[in-house]
Design a protein around this ligand. Structure first.
Ligand code: G16
Length: 550
């Protein structure tokens, strides 16, 4: 590293001292902590993104968000050139620089890394980083720290894209690197146009179906998603969407008893919804709008909800795609795969397998699911918490385009031709960079309309096994290590045996634990044949966690 570059780094790093006595770790989707201790981490991630941009000669994204966490937290997600999450190979470097004790140590680590990775810094190389942030009050000052980190690498520039959802930023990074125009309005245009395109391929008699004419009500978690959905809905005339908890003055606090994480984990209606909404199709976004779940309030039930989670969204998508594939193509072998995690309800996995689909499992975190889904011609991944998308391989899209041309000349307007066009429309409607609640919502709505289904009909695809999730606060969550896609505890020894004894007591019992990668807790999941049994199983497993680690 040249002297000039070294002294710029030493000088700027001295303005962002790391917090004392705290170890910061790269978690499920980046760094996350109380916002008050994050400036040095954000500054250092700014440096990392500049190095990644130089190495790949592509635009990289840096998003300031703590997604579903409470408003006082913040965090960083990083988008790689493809628009996906930062390559896992760089996570150890991210961890080590985040924890370097002083500017000299930091420069030493950077120097070692650029040598190992052959990253030519300090010269003529340029780098560009797109910055985005959600609506958290701490976002503005943290963004400034990111800019300072980026500008401390010679030749790197930061482009502030403003307040965005996380998937918008990922989409912008992907689009820019593919050479297409990038702005927020081009994002809205792409998704609203693709939605219209899919709607035009829905048989007329079905669109006039009276089964789902009622409005859709969306809980925006008092975050950035509600605001963006208000924009998008102006371009999507076929849908009547009412946005609540959109984060406007007086509407409530970000993620506080609202949002997809709250609705999915607690299985209760968010604030702002009442018995008057019973039976109506409702959806919930999380704080940075990369998760989507649906629900409806059961009439006369004291606001009890039936949750239609990520597993059911996955099932709806998988069923529709499978149907369209079988109509559009009889002979060409297409590799269609489904990716889930241990949180997937056992009933959803059975349903998907019964459809004849290949179902594979990865640990929690879109970085794992996305990577696995990319191995298929069409890979559909969803976490039960509502984070997911559908990936179409370039190879498959080329084949599909050829097929559409062929059908256009032999049987234009036939059902076969339309089914192939529908698949192409889906590939443009569903965000290919990362799970996106807004694009996912448009696809759900189009499929429901196509099928003429109410949310209740959709929910009947299969019946969820009752489940319960709990959090346990422990002294050191990193004391737990797991294997087999997080279904088995390896450490501390003896804990898995204790869990096995518990779930053997309950019919259809299943339970696992894992350290959260976004909060300082151990998560417990349990499912069983009745709600009472699932609750009891979760409780006794939580007690074991507390006994081993409390
Ligand atoms: C992030 C990841 C998700 C993952 C979730 C789990 O979500 O992007 O893939 O499911 O964390 O969190 P934990 O490790 O705490 O269970 P988000 O929406 O918070 O960014």
């Amino acid at each position: 590293m040249e002297d000039k570059q070294r002294s710029i780094l030493i000088e700027s790093a001295s303005r962002f001292p790391p917090p004392q006595g705290v170890k910061i770790s790269y978690g499920t989707s980046g760094f996350r902590a109380d916002a008050s201790i994050l400036s040095s981490t954000v500054y250092r991630v700014g440096i990392l993104t500049a190095l990644r941009s130089i190495q790949t000669q592509s635009v990289i994204g840096l998003m300031i968000t703590a997604s579903h966490n409470q408003v006082s937290d913040n965090g960083i997600k990083i988008a790689d050139p493809s628009g996906g999450m930062l390559t896992q190979d760089w996570e150890p470097f991210a961890d080590s620089i985040a924890n370097a004790a002083n500017p000299e140590d930091l420069v030493l680590l950077i120097n070692e890394f650029i040598k190992k990775e052959h990253i030519p810094i300090g010269g003529v190389q340029s780098a560009e980083i797109f910055l985005g942030r959600d609506t958290r009050p701490s976002g503005e000052s943290l963004l400034e720290a990111a800019k300072q980190g980026i500008s401390s690498i010679v030749g790197a520039i930061a482009t502030d894209m403003g307040i965005l959802t996380t998937p918008q930023l990922h989409w912008m990074v992907r689009s820019k690197n593919k050479g297409t125009k990038v702005s927020e309005s081009s994002y809205f245009e792409q998704f609203s146009n693709s939605f219209r395109c899919l709607m035009d391929l829905i048989p007329r008699e079905d669109t006039s179906s009276s089964k789902i004419v009622e409005n859709l009500i969306v809980d925006g978690a008092n975050g950035v998603g509600g605001e963006k959905l208000e924009e998008l809905k102006k371009l999507v005339k076929d849908l009547v969407i009412e946005v609540r908890n959109s984060g406007k003055e007086g509407e409530g606090t970000l993620n506080e008893r609202v949002g997809a994480d709250f609705v999915q984990k607690e299985k209760v209606a968010p604030l702002g919804f009442s018995e008057d909404d019973a039976g109506i199709r409702c959806a919930s976004l999380d704080g940075d709008a990369d998760r989507l779940v649906y629900f409806y309030i059961v009439p006369n039930s004291n606001k009890k909800i039936d949750l239609v989670d990520g597993d059911k969204i996955l099932s709806l998508f998988a069923l529709f795609i499978k149907q369209q594939l079988s109509v559009s193509n009889k002979d060409h072998p297409i590799k269609l795969g489904v990716v889930q995690t241990a949180y997937a309800n056992g009933a959803s996995t059975d349903y998907l397998k019964n459809l004849g689909l290949e179902v594979v499992f990865t640990p929690t975190g879109v970085k794992y699911l996305h990577e696995k889904a990319a191995e298929y011609d069409i890979g559909i991944y969803f976490e039960a918490n509502g984070h997911g998308t559908i990936l179409f391989s370039e190879h498959f899209i080329s084949w599909l385009e050829r097929r559409i041309n062929e059908l256009a000349s032999t049987s234009e307007g036939s059902e076969q031709h339309k089914a192939a066009l529908r698949l192409l429309a889906i590939s443009n409607l569903i965000n290919q960079a990362v799970g996106d609640a807004l694009s996912g919502l448009l696809l759900v709505e189009a499929i429901l309309l196509y099928n003429g289904w109410s949310i209740q009909r959709w929910n009947e695809l299969y019946q969820d096994l009752p489940s319960r999730q709990l959090k346990v606060k422990v002294a050191d969550r990193n004391a737990v290590t797991t294997a087999n896609a997080e279904t088995v505890v390896v450490k501390p020894s003896g804990l898995q045996e204790a869990i096995n004894i518990e779930f053997a007591k309950f019919p259809q019992g299943r339970s696992f634990i894992r350290p959260s990668g976004t909060e300082d807790v151990i998560r417990v999941y349990a499912e069983a044949s009745s709600q009472e049994a699932a609750d009891n199983l979760a409780k006794s497993v939580a007690e074991h966690v507390d006994r081993f680690l409390g």
